[in-house]
Design a protein. Structure first.
Length: 85
């Protein structure tokens, strides 16, 4: 929730505005990466359904395979984010 509240003011009119930091300072990206990975995990089935509805036509097994692979990729990514371990 803190990450979403941090990012929200930078989204206006369907665009992303960059973060302003002092020279040599960098924003903490681990919470943002963790939040993005969590959000993708919540919508992965919708993403796969949308892909096959609009861009490809596949069998049930192709849909299931893509869903399984995307979940595996998200799990592998999440396992490398210190905040999620």
């Amino acid at each position: 929730m803190r990450t979403i509240q941090f990012i929200a003011p930078h989204h206006r009119d369907d665009q992303f505005l960059y973060f302003v930091e002092a020279d040599g300072d960098f924003p903490e990206f681990v919470p943002m990466l963790a939040t993005g990975t969590w959000i993708l995990g919540q919508v992965v089935a919708d993403v796969v359904a949308d892909y096959f509805a609009y861009y490809a036509h596949g069998s049930v097994s192709a849909v299931d395979d893509m869903l399984r692979r995307m979940r595996a990729d998200l799990h592998a990514t999440a396992s490398k984010i210190p905040l999620l371990q």
